[in-house]
Design a protein around this ligand. Sequence first.
Ligand code: MN
Length: 296
Amino acid sequence: MASLKLITFSDAAGSRVGVLLDGGRVLDLAVAIPPARDMLALIEAPAGVLSAIRSLAANPPAAAVLPLASVTLEAPIPRPRRNVFCVGRNYMDHVAEGDRTRGITTSEVPKFPQFFTKAPDTVIAPDALVPSHTGITQWLDYEVELVAVIGTAGRDIPKDRALDHVFGWTIANDVTGRDLQRRHGQWFKGKSLDRSCPMGPVIIPAADLDASDLAIGLKLNGEQRQSSRTSKMIFDVKEIIHQLSAGFTLLPGDVIMTGTPEGVGYAMVPPQTMKTGDVMELTIEGIGTLTNTIGD
Ligand code: MN
């Protein structure tokens, strides 16, 4: 069975949810299943709605099919209801490369996940421009990350139940101003520049994809910069959800970025930054490719 590729898209008739079909086609769920008006409504819909969507995607009614070329993809959740939750330093080789830039040659494995957030307004669509923020940061950098989208609310979620709370998986780019990240101590400033969280292009339902060992990588202007596997996370998705939900209620539609592997620009020798025109292509096996360009 092919995995279901859920999207948010827009055209002259507005923004709505759909399914990316093969052959450059989109199933318009606003026509096919009116209650599925946006991704949050779909996430909160009864489980039966997802099975109904599967059946429709297998035999799409012609009246609900649009050419992909006639629509614009948005981020699957264009504006999360609250901050995007993030985990820093969650791949050992990335911890080590970051430590090396500070003269530390023997890195310790983090004992607890390092949580921080990005403002919900930072989320932008596939193919949208990321500002260069010239004059604000001299060290604009990329980070490919697997994203878990929460489906059902929960607090104090045990590890062995954590994946029951995941609606699906997508990709995000944790675009970062490295100098700001360091200068302000707390990471929020360097991580929440406007339009610094490209997300998408699709959400794959959790039932359709085991995300525990997927190839994850990023190319900058066609050059492979990051290449790893999600199995190399220090804290896996179950542990992240378990620890983040301790005394803190996770809600449907919450978005959790799970950290980036090694290969970021600032840890290269010499350190590399991004400039106007640079093209970032982020790929996770079984999900797809998220492409964004640095604008002015
Ligand atoms: Mn990150």
